[in-house]
Design a binder for this molecule. Sequence first.
Ligand SMILES: Cc1cc2nc3c(=O)[nH]c(=O)nc-3n(C[C@H](O)[C@H](O)[C@H](O)COP(=O)(O)O)c2cc1C
Length: 354
Amino acid sequence: MTTKRSRVLLLVCSSRPGALGPAVGRWLADTLAPRADLLDVDLVPVAIGDLHLPFLDEEEHPSTGIHHHEHTRRWSSLVEGADGFVFVTPEYNYGMPATLKNALDYLGPEWAWKPAGFVSYGHTSAGTRAVQHAKQVVTTLRLVPLGSTVALRIADAMREDRFAPAARHAEAAEGLLEELVRVSRALAPLRERAHVDASPGPLPGSYTRRLGPDDAPEVTVLQRCCWVEEALANDTLAIPALHESPEDVRAWLNDWHTTGLWRDGRLLGMVRTRRTGADLHIGRLAVAPDLWGLGVGRWLLRRAEAAGEGCRRIILSTGAASHRNLTLYQQQGYAPLADAQDDGVVGLAKAVPA
Ligand SMILES: Cc1cc2nc3c(=O)[nH]c(=O)nc-3n(C[C@H](O)[C@H](O)[C@H](O)COP(=O)(O)O)c2cc1C
């Protein structure tokens, strides 16, 4: 699970001149700012009116992800980059405003598996019928509506022509943000699954994707737990994988091509590759200890070797006393490099068939 900051869009849904919506949005952003800071959330206020979305004018179905118009592409990238949404919505004729329905209809997978909170306002019903209406629609898009809501009666919230709801509403808004962050983190594995390449892994439900700098926290944890065995077998703590900080890991994730094996948002294993001249270097082959003995390491090694096409040889290394690794590598055709013995580390290589 990632520890990066969450990005939450605060979407002001009304767009008519003189609308109350922008004042509600400003109150919400100001109210939530301190709590958002504590929760590592970036709040991004967006007025749907500023998006200049005409009535849906795309030819393709939104589920295809094919967007012909610039206004759709801009909207798509805003929604795609968000981890959750708070819809600041009025009630128009017992339902959500058409601006919100239109903005929802424009996109498909960009919404999926993200939490949707509602801050509604209106007269006697405080906008709650608009929220019920919207909830029914958003679930089709795999948005996940929150139980917490903030419902504001306009007459109660106005103080001398200023929009200033009571303190209990501010508390309700903070509760909504906290719930949104928890649900967003819980849904992260489902979002992750939606974005992977179609490459299945060796275990049921597992899948692979290239790791990037934002995966540094998970990689740091995985390699620390995996290289303890190496430390014990070789009676040394002088192993870089045990010492690297998340910042060190972030740096090499930029330089190496690293494949991660995932299941339900958990990083199960990894391997990294890099070409130098005619050599392919393979390293950091790791499998979570509870999954040893299932052939996962062998699978990751074969996957890494596939990057060696056009190379002359593949090179890797392990501890001189890491008998499990040495056996695996020798079974896969690697032979020790005569000149590479150094500080208890054995280099091994195998030729790549032409
Ligand atoms: C087209 C329209 C329909 C409305 N329908 C409702 C309604 O069904 N229930 C309600 O409580 N208020 C209704 N109102 C009053 C709104 O709650 C109030 O005008 C509010 O300020 C609208 O939000 P806005 O100023 O951000 O557009 C309606 C207002 C408009 C303009």
